[in-house]
Design a protein around this ligand. Structure first.
Ligand SMILES: Nc1ncnc2c1ncn2[C@@H]1O[C@H](COP(=O)(O)OP(=O)(O)O)[C@@H](O)[C@H]1O
Ligand SMILES: [Mg+2]
Length: 355
């Protein structure tokens, strides 16, 4: 898995004995500054972008393959023992309302380099069926996090945050809430050269600017009813700069961005997950102590923990979900995401590139 944060690759080795999920090994490989910047540039129309897109797609396949080698070495497993790699790829466009989404990573090259079958392009079929193509992880959350009597919500705080609503009375639902870490990452990177605000410490040392928060919260996406999904196409540095007056202290902007990420999540829960009592956080944002504390204050009626307490590490859950999605594809199982993505019908998601 490699998400909108553009931080790197989360690789997991997962087994599914008797339909249980077993995490066997993990490996993280950071992208580094050059690849991150090249990917960021591809989010905008640019000269020679088709060639560059293919070039970076090949580079990603090599990185995914290296991550696979490291992962298998760690686990003492050889490629022949692995059924498939579920490879999400790196999103550079997500425009479901215009009928497309684009994840880079040359799956054919990854299959060639790794000697393992690859399942990729998980989102396109859902969009073809009228859905948002995102989020897809609610299908997996439904399988591993649902409780028969307790109304739970899982919140994955990646670049974008998305939630899964698991009410005992209803089928699974879920949607993207809004910016997660992405804008905070962009702002601290611009001002301090850091890739992210560790534990939210910089944000916690600033003051929320009420007028700026108000302008952030006017964003129509935040108030739109689900199904909805988002990405860097909307929540970019340009989006942020367009809302600044120019005289704000950078640290206060960071505090206000953290407040926005929390409000995007807590407003979504209060509006669309009424009665939820247990919240389980995952994704890199679950490490952001300032964010977690603030969420607790915004949602006093909920018990907020991380998925760690359910035996699912916050850093690996999304990657495990894509291993499971790959398994569903290999078994030709349809996924019913109608109540999540708004697709017209259940679909088999993903394309297979044989070993
Ligand atoms: N200790 C931490 N404190 C604050 N933020 C963190 C911490 N660790 C990770 N993060 C955030 O998590 C992000 C990565 O999260 P991830 O779940 O991989 O998102 P994505 O799926 O979008 O790639 C980082 O870019 C950073 O913003
Ligand atoms: Mg990531």
């Amino acid at each position: 898995m490699s998400g909108t944060s553009l931080d790197g690759i989360d690789a997991v080795l997962v087994g599914f004995p008797d339909d249980q999920t077993r995490l066997l090994a993990t490996c993280y490989q950071a992208y580094g500054k050059d690849l991150r910047e090249a990917l960021l540039a591809l989010h905008q129309p640019a000269y020679d972008e088709l060639r560059q897109t293919q070039f970076i797609g090949n580079e990603l396949a090599k990185r995914y393959s290296q991550a696979t080698v490291s992962l298998l070495q760690k686990a003492g497993v050889v490629p022949g023992q692995v059924c498939a790699i579920g490879c999400h790829g790196q999103t550079i466009r997500h425009c479901p309302d215009q009928g497309y989404t684009l994840q880079l990573g040359n799956a054919a090259l990854l299959a060639e380099l790794s000697g393992i079958a690859v399942v990729s392009d998980f989102r396109s079929r859902d969009i073809a069926a009228g859905g948002q193509g995102a989020p897809l992880v609610p299908a997996f959350h439904d399988k591993v996090l649902r409780h028969p009597a307790i109304h739970r919500v899982a919140v994955n705080i990646g670049g974008i945050s998305n939630l899964t609503n698991l009410s005992p009375e209803c089928p699974v639902s879920g949607f993207d809430c809004g910016p997660g870490n992405m804008l905070m990452d962009a702002w601290i990177s611009m001002h301090c050269g850091e890739p992210y605000d560790r534990d939210g410490a910089w944000a916690a040392s600033g003051k929320v600017i009420p007028a700026l928060l108000q302008r952030f919260l006017e964003e129509p996406f935040l108030h739109a009813p689900p199904p909805k999904s988002s990405g860097r196409d909307l929540f970019s540095l340009a989006w942020l700069k367009g809302r600044l007056r120019g005289d704000e202290a950078p640290v206060d902007v960071q505090a206000t961005l953290l407040e926005l990420s929390c409000r995007a999540i807590s407003d979504a829960i209060q509006c669309f997950c009424k009665g939820a009592t247990e919240i389980y956080l995952c994704g890199g944002g679950a490490h952001n102590q300032a964010l977690v504390q603030k969420l607790g204050a915004f949602l006093p009626e909920c018990n907020i923990q991380t998925t760690e307490v359910l035996g699912m590490g916050v850093d690996w859950l999304e990657a495990i979900a894509f291993a499971w999605l790959a398994q569903q594809r290999l078994y030709n199982r349809e996924l019913n995401l109608v109540t999540v993505t708004g697709a017209r019908h259940s679909c088999i998601l993903g394309a297979i590139y044989p070993a």
